[in-house]
Ligand binder design. Structure first.
Ligand SMILES: Nc1ncnc2c1ncn2[C@@H]1O[C@H](COP(=O)(O)OP(=O)(O)OP(=O)(O)O)[C@@H](O)[C@H]1O
Ligand SMILES: [Mg+2]
Length: 245
């Protein structure tokens, strides 16, 4: 356990997610790469946040730390006031199974399984009780507008539809936090917009908080907050008072 001052703990309690003094160094000695340095950020509950920056600026490294997939070299991350850094890998995976959903650029669906089976299988892998899995999987597919097509296999679906199934899989256990690394990078503008509309609906109607990365300038207009990274450091944080969706 890391000792935290009273003030630090109080500040962490106010935000849905908060990161302080994050540094991540890969490798050692001459080969060491500092992927993140001096990163401080606060994510309000029920908001959509985009991380932007050039290739190699540290976006994925930061997302991995915020989703408890990776540990920073220095610094602390809090989710709803609870520190998620300094946990064992078993505690981290328990936390992800309960509170975090993950979405990736390349969808990651199992080709031989239908959309429904992909989502239901995701719940089983996560160890969620099997009773009620059917309802949870169907509810998640409805949320992303894919219930009608849930018997189709990934190859019978468009890229945007596949990504919506991947989102259903990520939210079937009803996490409070959804983390998405370049979720629209493989989609054309129209399908990317559909995916962003699904995200907006989840934020507005399920109170979910979403943190995503993107290279697409169009996406920045659709989110609530944009955090720009350059060489592993935050160089600007802006708020859209009127996001376009
Ligand atoms: N496991 C690792 N070992 C060594 N260096 C790494 C590792 N992961 C990332 N890096 C380095 O850290 C830096 C940040 O990488 P990261 O993947 O976070 O960038 P990114 O902003 O997500 O880029 P992209 O837009 O290309 O996805 C890069 O210099 C990268 O080479
Ligand atoms: Mg990346």
């Amino acid at each position: 356990m890391t000792a935290l001052g009273e003030k630090e703990r109080e500040a962490a309690d106010e935000a849905f997610m908060k990161a302080t003094g994050i540094k991540r160094v890969f490798g050692k000695g001459n080969a060491a790469v500092t992927a993140l340095a001096d990163v401080h950020l606060t994510v309000p509950a029920g908001s959509m946040v985009a991380l932007k920056g050039r290739s190699g600026s540290g976006k994925t490294t930061l997302l991995n730390i915020l989703s408890a997939l990776d540990e920073p070299t220095e610094g602390h991350v809090f989710l709803r006031g609870r520190e998620i850094t300094g946990l064992s890998s078993r505690e981290r995976s328990a936390l992800r199974r309960k509170e975090i959903g993950l979405v990736f650029q390349s969808f990651g669906l199992v080709p031989l399984m239908s959309a429904y089976e992909n989502v239901e299988f995701g719940l089983r892998v996560a160890g969620t009780p099997t009773k009620g899995n059917r309802e949870a999987a169907e509810r998640a597919l409805s949320r992303v507008g894919m219930k009608e097509r849930m018997k189709h296999r990934p190859m019978e679906l468009s890229g945007g539809e596949q990504q919506r199934v991947a989102i259903a899989r990520a939210i079937a256990h009803e996490p409070g936090l959804l983390i998405a690394d370049e979720p629209t990078a493989e989609l054309d503008t129209k399908m990317g917009l559909q995916v962003m509309r699904v995200f907006r609906d989840l934020v507005n109607h399920s109170g979910m908080t979403i943190i995503l990365t993107t290279h697409d300038p169009g996406i920045m207009e659709l989110v609530d907050h944009v955090i720009a990274l350059e060489d592993g450091r935050i160089v600007s944080q802006t708020t859209n008072n009127k996001p376009l969706i």
